[in-house]
Design a protein around this ligand. Structure first.
Ligand code: HPA
Length: 246
């Protein structure tokens, strides 16, 4: 089954015909919200809002292990994720949607593995290509089918948050090769890989990253997020098309 994980600006899916909500307990605790099961275009999907249904869970406090474990326990084999980011590269302007092909993890103190030698033995997964190429292709095909100009590459820097970055930090991320910055890309992608779940993310660009473009001197984050609605409608259209194709 396909799961959709929604981030900032996508706490529910309007086009989901909900059939049931399920509280799932996992060895790692409870996920961000009860899993929402339903149908899109006649197909079964499950939806999970990463920050909870009322967007109350900060990026560093999300129980990523419980989220991924709960989906796995329910038989999820593919996760199509949405994570809002700031654009570092000039190509990634607010309102565009990008699908990264790589990640750099700058987070700390998060429970980032199932294989910590406590619940499961130590194991080192391959993560050379962090996103599932087949699922990326499906996102791409969905974008082509509905004429959405999805930018199909990018390097996602995951920062700890919840504060936004300094301009110098963004300069450093850019020197490292990052083209976009968000707070939730990791450990979500790695945990999915650990459990053998296909995972790929699309990233609506909410703002220019700190020190860039219209964010030269400051970022009015709440305003920026309020303005995400139009982009999120395009994200919803992409999701419907992805599900139809699945
Ligand atoms: N930085 C980090 N995370 C974000 C940003 C940003 O500029 N915009 C949206 N999520």
């Amino acid at each position: 089954m396909l799961a959709i994980i929604g981030g900032t600006g996508l706490t529910q899916l309007d086009n989901l015909e909900i059939t049931r909500r399920l509280i799932v307990r996992t060895p790692y605790g409870e996920p961000s919200q009860p899993l929402v099961f339903g149908k899109i275009a006649g197909r079964d999907v499950v939806f999970l809002a990463r920050h909870g249904s009322g967007h109350t869970i900060a990026p560093h406090k999300v129980n990523y292990r419980a989220n991924i474990s709960a989906l796995h326990l329910q038989g999820v084999t593919e996760i199509a994720a949405v994570a809002t980011v700031g654009g570092i590269h000039a190509e990634l302007t607010p309102g565009s949607i990008a699908m990264p092909h790589q990640i750099i993890d700058y987070t700390h103190g998060r429970n980032a593995t199932f294989f910590d030698g406590v619940d499961l033995p130590v194991k080192h997964i391959d993560f050379t290509e962090p996103y599932c190429p087949k699922l990326r292709k499906k996102w791409q095909q969905a974008a082509i089918a509905i004429g959405e100009p999805l930018i199909d590459h990018g390097v996602y820097a995951t920062t700890q948050g919840p504060r936004l970055e300094t301009a110098a930090e963004i300069d450093r991320l850019e020197r490292d090769g990052a083209t976009m910055v968000g707070m939730t890309g990791m450990p979500e992608a790695a945990l999915a890989r650990e459990l053998g779940i296909s995972y790929a993310v699309i990233c609506p660009i909410a703002n220019h990253a700190a020190g860039r473009g219209s964010s030269l001197h400051s970022i009015q984050y709440e305003e920026v997020v309020d303005n995400l609605n139009l982009t999120m409608q395009r994200v919803r259209n992409l999701i419907v098309q992805l599900v139809k194709q699945a």
